[in-house]
Ligand binder design. Structure first.
Ligand code: AMP
Length: 279
């Protein structure tokens, strides 16, 4: 396994694969890898000749009051896991190698107006910009993203369509802990007490899944899920919204495919979860 720290090194490492016309799978991550990331890498390994995983805490997708500096990092452990999973190249650049004096960005309109896009201004601009850079550097056949970040996945799909990027986007199911909590690098922030409180997110997802019916009013669905979360004193809801699955716009009722997405603070840690439903 090769570790590349600059775009030039990455390009050089990929030259051979490109010349031999091998299929290339890309898994973009911010590191502190867990089984959710591993599921993406395993799928990429199974479906491609050559696998690139990026480990880069992308500064431009964090707001000024967010957790960029505190974001958990353990590159040696991540690299060892990538090696075990059969990754060919790990791309782990310093921010300066990715952004010298950036003044061109990839932005997103309607799809980013609600959910995390509304709560984290500039977030998806940062995500789309770094993912475009990775696509340009790697030229992947396929790129793998988790359904845990459902709005991100929808935006990347639309970006690829709108900008004619020649890559297949593969969405991968949410991997959860035994008690239902969606795996996340940010779970590392939780105290023991908060970790127990965090179960309210997946409990709300389970309650929503069990209750949702074709034609159901979104407000009724949101309310019953909010009741589950508000029963947990350590939880504070950032948003919980029913949107249409493709356009990510709030809907009055469950008349077509929907995404039910939430962000909830447990103490100071902001966690997300979601489910999709098609009547
Ligand atoms: P991150 O390192 O948080 O930026 O995540 C990198 C990729 O892993 C994204 O496409 C995420 O959606 C995906 N991912 C993160 N957590 C999970 C999970 N629990 N299950 C499936 N995919 C995940």
């Amino acid at each position: 396994m090769k570790i590349c720290r600059t775009p030039a090194e990455l390009r050089a490492a990929l030259e051979e694969a490109r010349r031999a016309r091998r299929s290339v799978g890309l898994v973009p991550t911010m590191g502190y890898l867990h089984e959710g990331h591993a599921s993406l890498i395993e799928r990429a390994r199974a479906e491609n000749d050559f696998v690139v995983a990026s480990i880069f805490v992308n500064p431009i997708q964090f707001g000024p009051s967010e957790d960029l500096a505190a974001y958990p990092r353990d590159f040696d452990r991540d690299a060892a896991l990538c090696e075990r999973l059969g990754v060919d190249v790990v791309f782990h650049p310093e921010p300066e190698a990715m952004y010298a004096h950036p003044c061109v960005f990839v932005d997103v309109e309607e799809l980013g107006d609600h959910l995390c896009g509304a709560r984290r201004p500039g977030h998806f601009r940062g995500v789309c910009t770094v993912v475009t850079k990775l696509f340009n550097l790697v030229g992947p056949t396929r790129a793998y993203f988790g359904e845990k970040d459902a709005q991100q996945l929808a935006i990347i799909r639309k970006m690829v369509e709108d900008l004619n990027v020649p890559v297949e986007i593969v969405g991968c199911p949410i991997v959860r802990e035994a008690d239902g909590l969606a795996k996340s690098s940010r779970n590392a922030y939780l105290s023991a007490e908060e970790r127990i409180a965090a179960r309210c997110l997946s409990r709300a997802v389970a309650a929503g899944r069990a209750a949702v019916r074709p034609g159901m009013r979104s407000e009724a669905l949101e309310q019953l899920m909010l009741d589950v979360i508000r029963a947990e004193p350590m939880a504070r809801v950032d948003y919980l919204t029913v949107v249409d699955r493709d356009g990510m716009q709030p809907v009055e009722a469950v008349d077509g495919p929907v995404l039910v997405a939430m962000a909830v603070y447990i103490g100071r840690t902001r966690l997300i979860d979601n489910f999709t439903y098609a009547p």
